[in-house]
Design a protein around this ligand. Structure first.
Ligand code: AMP
Ligand code: GLY
Length: 451
């Protein structure tokens, strides 16, 4: 099968690595891909890979390319091409696509749409109100008792459109800032919602719009600094599975969130009413951002795509053929699939450029030292922000440069492996958190002490 993978980050490198293991894969095109994806393929022998110089947002060109090459499946990594309707364009051409159409992508690209969808289908989430006028929004804030409150720009704002305000005054400033054009169109409407507390868990799922298959629960360290301090980032490290996601929690999430979601997608898959808000025809990864609150699990947000760096821990733990699952999602045939997971732990540490998520410099040479065989077999260096310079040398090219994953029977060993592998990569301004999975380690210790 010929596959076109869209995107250029660590998430896409992890997907490419996993797709390359499928005996059914004959060719992989990556648009635009990255140097890691390119070398990944050259080693497999079974696969011809080509990086295609098309950007993820060039949806017309991407659809034309997929048609010209007669690809059997397109796997979309990032949200932007989904929101721009790439999957719709491909389906019009009868090309199977893993990724929702523009309407399904609204679950991520419009916070208000996602909140209204949850309300219509009885899916637990923070109480909220949406406003298209700053004055109305601020008036509403004045009617609330003092305390933390969350303000969100409705549209895609690259992870920066959420303010968890400690006071109503701070919330009021956030409303003004968002509606004064700081996020362009994304801030035309704002959602003001109740501030929830609890552990956050990323539950990524595969779906063909009729069946939902959850993957393993993952936790992401979103803050830049150790001890979960400092500004929010795209994610500085992840680990899976997560012990707070106990069998009881899994049961509650299944009954209160996954089932209603599946029913909603199913009902609407049957309704070919184009005017219906809910006829999403969702096929792809539906990422459920959960908060395990004292009142039970609630949805913080949906993403219409795989998480980054969640994918970098999920792929090394997934035993099932990713090409088969993504193709089944794209063709509406997921009911017959089951997911198999290794009984192991995985940890990913992100190597970033100093200054990220603020300003940082790029273009520094990257040096890799030889990795001992046993370490190489249980650790992966996923490229995120790397590029080749004019001489063909590997250089830094982004805020998040690598995701380094270690896998092992125990969490401690998985952590040790990911940091040991990371020590084999050097570049100027390399910055990373040294405490990935610290909360999980603490929990494991508490458990042992209790026994
Ligand atoms: P989002 O972009 O919606 O994922 O929000 C970014 C982050 O803001 C989340 O990962 C949470 O940590 C936090 N957040 C969003 N909504 C809420 C809420 N209602 N209560 C508490 N924290 C929230
Ligand atoms: N790691 C969070 C995200 O992909 O949105």
């Amino acid at each position: 099968m010929k596959v076109l993978l869209i995107g250029s980050g660590g998430r896409e490198h992890a997907l490419a690595w996993k797709l390359a293991q499928s005996p059914r894969l004959t060719e992989l095109y990556a648009a635009p891909g990255n140097p890691g994806i390119e070398t990944e393929m050259s080693g497999t022998g079974i696969t011809k890979t080509r990086l295609v110089p098309l950007k993820a947002a060039d949806v017309d060109e991407l659809a034309a390319f997929a048609e010209a090459k007669s690809v059997d499946l397109v796997v979309v990594g990032p949200e932007a091409p989904l929101a721009l309707g790439l999957a719709d364009r491909l389906r019009e051409k009868n090309i199977p696509c893993f990724g929702p159409g523009a309407k399904g992508a609204l679950l991520e690209s419009s916070k208000k749409f996602a909140k209204d969808f949850m309300t219509r289908h009885g899916i637990p989430t923070a109480a909220y109100r949406a406003f298209s006028s700053a004055d109305e929004g601020k008036k509403y804030l004045r009617s609330l008792p003092e305390g933390p409150i969350v303000v969100k720009a409705d549209g895609l704002a690259q992870g920066k459109g959420v303010v968890v305000a400690e006071t109503l005054e701070e919330a009021s400033s956030a409303v003004d800032a968002m509606m004064n054009g700081r996020f362009g169109d994304a801030g035309r409407e704002v959602v003001i919602e109740e501030c929830m507390t609890g552990e956050e868990v990323s539950l990524l799922t595969f779906t063909d719009g009729k069946t939902i298959l959850p993957m393993l629960p993952v936790q992401d360290h979103k803050r830049a600094g150790e001890g979960d301090t400092g500004p929010n980032t795209g994610g500085m490290g992840t680990y899976a599975p997560v012990s707070v996601f106990t069998p009881e929690v899994a049961k509650a999430v299944d009954a209160q969130i996954v089932r209603p979601l599946q029913n909603a997608l199913r009902q609407n898959a049957l309704r070919q009413d184009a005017l219906s808000h809910d006829a999403l025809g969702y096929r792809g990864c539906l990422y459920i951002g959960l908060m395990l609150t004292p009142q039970g699990p609630k949805v913080v947000e949906f993403n219409a795509r795989f998480g980054d760096p969640e994918t970098q821990v999920l792929m090394p733990l997934l035993e099932t053929d990713l090409l088969e699952v993504t193709y089944a999602c794209a063709t509406g045939d997921l009911a017959g699939c089951t997911l198999k997971w290794r009984d192991e732990k995985a940890v990913c540490v992100v190597l970033a450029s100093l200054g990220y998520p603020g300003e940082y410099r790029t273009g520094y040479a990257i040096r890799e030292s030889p990795v001992p065989e046993d370490l190489a077999q249980n650790s992966w260096l996923f490229h995120a922000g790397t590029a080749r310079n004019a001489q063909g040398g590997l250089v830094t090219a982004g805020g998040r440069v690598f995701g380094v994953t270690g896998r092992a029977k125990t969490l401690e060993e998985a952590i040790a492996r990911s940091y040991a592998r990371a020590a084999h990569v050097e570049f100027q301004d390399r910055a990373f958190r040294r405490d990935i999975a610290h909360r999980e380690i603490k929990r494991e210790k508490t458990q042992i002490n209790r026994k």
